[in-house]
Design a protein around this ligand. Structure first.
Ligand code: FAD
Length: 541
């Protein structure tokens, strides 16, 4: 058997006081070698083990090779956590076409951007439609909205170049284990994301850096000849005999246009409610899916650090995060924290007039004084009539979002001190990062009863796990309704919509992803399938 050239050792620990420059020495010691017997080494995973607050460790997985003629000593060969580095996963070759087709991708979120890039690299003519503005225009429009300006229906936190994640923490963790994940992360690094995201156990890029990444991504698309159409909204589909023929769209001048196309990737995200309507009207097969509804909780960073690290700060520790879950055995529902933003801010994320929706974002440095997270309760189709009407989840979300609005044009966010919410007396001030401003409110009046009741039951459980979680320093903001898509667009094994060949639903809005990376991976999967289908359909000769 041939000797592996490279090895990987997991769980190499440094204390907070030790410097990373000590890693090669520690690696060699652990292996029973001298440092000079290592040919090279690199960090391929970095995480924090804070289970014992008295001895917080930084854990590393290192990849290394040995100098010629050096072998691993016998005890090291059987060491737990040591394994040969598997051969790299070879990315599927691009299906380069000699017969370019006219393809349309709708949506410039992660799914649409990655799909368009892949299809253009295959050599197809791609037109990419986005209802919202380019990022340079979108950022000031959203800032103006948070400062009391108008809500623009097509350019807001949900809509515009970069999609829903542009004003986010840019967390890049995902539970999917798809080989294309590495490709997505590498592409983001090539477009300017910090290289650290390739090794962090919990990578994040931050809203500030993400905006820069989008500009580089755009340059790549332009260089490949992709036609970028901003302020351009899909308004209709022309389907004949079960196959897509073309699309109607409204351009930036407000003119209605029709374009024939060979295929369309639909990556319109979970907030494109009018788009779901047009799909239903066009006869596509849709179904209601579960999602979650609740509140966002905000604590001082130092309080969360104390709970998680046993100290308020340390130069080698990032602001702490947490993940909390509790299951109600009676209803079988889960209550869980979601999309935690350490050192971030709560953002008003509405996309419809006179509604309020919250979510969270942070900068790369996560250097704000407050940490926020969603606390949400699972909602099932039977809770909102979804078994009868596939679009009922949208109406359910909208009712909550409208109840949260203080009146026409009042986009302040309803907020309540956590102790008040729990009926434990009057808590402290409403100290929040939310730039849209707060409106003191009784949150029970806007949340569905079961959501309110289960949140009140779960919070003391969370406090048992993180002592101090329930305190007068915490504020709840509501409602958090856009946790994932309320609708799924059914597609077959060939990734085409079940009732419409040539239409490829992708990403979170289609119900096949949840988060930036999984949406990007789904966009890639769909693009590769579409490219393969077009290749297979090519006439021979
Ligand atoms: P989207 O990103 O929603 O993109 C869809 C695009 O389609 C939008 O730009 C929209 O304008 C456009 N569109 C819609 N309808 C039409 C139409 N008819 N015509 C033309 N264009 C249309 N996920 C994470 O993994 N990590 C995080 O830290 C994180 N934080 C978040 C913070 C916030 C504030 C929000 C709102 C979301 C966050 N998410 C996060 C979720 C993440 O953003 C989404 O999962 C992801 O963006 C989904 O990608 P997508 O491409 O499927 O859809």
């Amino acid at each position: 058997m041939s000797r592996p050239l490279r090895w990987r050792l997991a769980q190499l620990a440094l204390t907070l006081e030790e410097d990373e420059s000590q890693l090669p020495l520690r690696l060699a010691q652990q292996l029973g070698l001298k440092p000079e017997q290592l040919a090279d080494w690199r960090i391929c995973r970095r995480s924090i083990d804070a289970r014992r607050k008295q001895r917080i460790l930084r854990l590393y997985t290192l990849e290394f090779s040995l100098q010629a003629g050096v072998s691993l000593p016998l005890p090291a060969q059987h060491m737990a956590g040591l394994e040969p580095v598997p051969p790299p996963v070879v990315a599927p070759a691009l299906i380069r076409t000699r017969r370019p087709r006219s393809l349309v991708v709708v949506g410039m979120g992660p799914a649409g951007l990655f799909a368009a890039l892949e299809l253009a690299q295959c050599g197809h003519r791609v037109r990419l439609l986005e209802r919202g503005a380019p990022v340079e225009e979108r950022v000031p429009a959203v800032a103006a909205f948070w400062a009391g300006g108008p809500l623009l229906p097509d350019t807001n936190v949900q809509f515009g170049e970069g999609g829903a994640g542009t004003f986010s923490d840019g967390k890049l963790t995902t539970r999917i284990r798809h080989p294309a994940t590495a490709h997505v992360l590498q592409t983001l690094v090539d477009c300017g994301a910090p290289a650290d995201i390739l090794v962090q156990a919990k990578p994040h890029v931050g809203t500030d850096r993400l905006r820069r990444v989008l500009l580089h991504f755009r340059q790549r698309l332009l260089a490949l000849g992709v036609e970028l159409c901003y302020h351009s909204r899909l308004t209709g589909l022309q389907i004949e005999k079960g196959c897509l023929q073309g699309l109607e769209w409204r351009d930036r001048a407000g003119e209605s246009r029709y374009s024939a196309c060979d295929a369309l990737v639909l990556a319109t995200g979970h907030s494109a409610r009018d788009t779901y309507q047009l799909l239903a009207a066009a006869g596509l097969e849709l179904e209601a899916k579960p999602f979650a509804v609740g509140v966002r909780i905000e604590h001082p960073v130092t309080a969360i650090n104390r709970m998680q690290y046993g100290r308020e700060q340390h130069p080698h520790l990032p602001p702490a995060d947490y993940a909390l879950t509790w299951n109600d055995s009676v209803s079988g529902r889960g209550v869980y924290s979601f999309c935690m933003c350490p050192g971030g801010e709560v953002v008003q994320s509405a996309s419809e007039p006179d509604t309020v929706v919250v979510n969270g974002m942070s900068r790369l440095r996560r250097d704000g004084p407050l940490s926020n997270s969603a606390l949400v309760v699972t909602v099932r189709p039977e809770d909102f009539g979804g078994l009868r009407d596939p679009l009922a989840g949208i109406a359910f979300q909208r009712r909550i979002e409208q109840r949260a609005c203080g009146g026409p044009g009042d986009y302040r966010v309803p907020a309540q001190n956590l102790l008040d919410f729990l009926g434990q007396g009057r808590g402290g001030d409403l100290h929040s990062s939310c730039r849209a401003g707060l409106r003191p409110a009784e949150l029970r009046e806007l949340l569905p009863d079961f959501v309110y009741t289960l949140l009140r039951q779960a919070l003391p459980q969370f406090d048992r796990r993180m002592r101090g979680f329930v305190s007068g320093a915490a504020v709840l903001l509501a409602p958090e309704t856009r946790t994932s898509a309320p609708v799924r667009i059914l597609r077959g094994a060939d990734l085409q919509a079940t009732r419409c060949c040539g239409l490829y639903p992708a990403g979170e809005g289609a119900g096949y992803a949840g988060g930036i990376v999984s949406a990007a991976v789904d966009g890639l999967r769909v693009a590769r399938q579409l490219a393969a289908d077009l290749d297979a359909a090519r006439p021979s000769g």
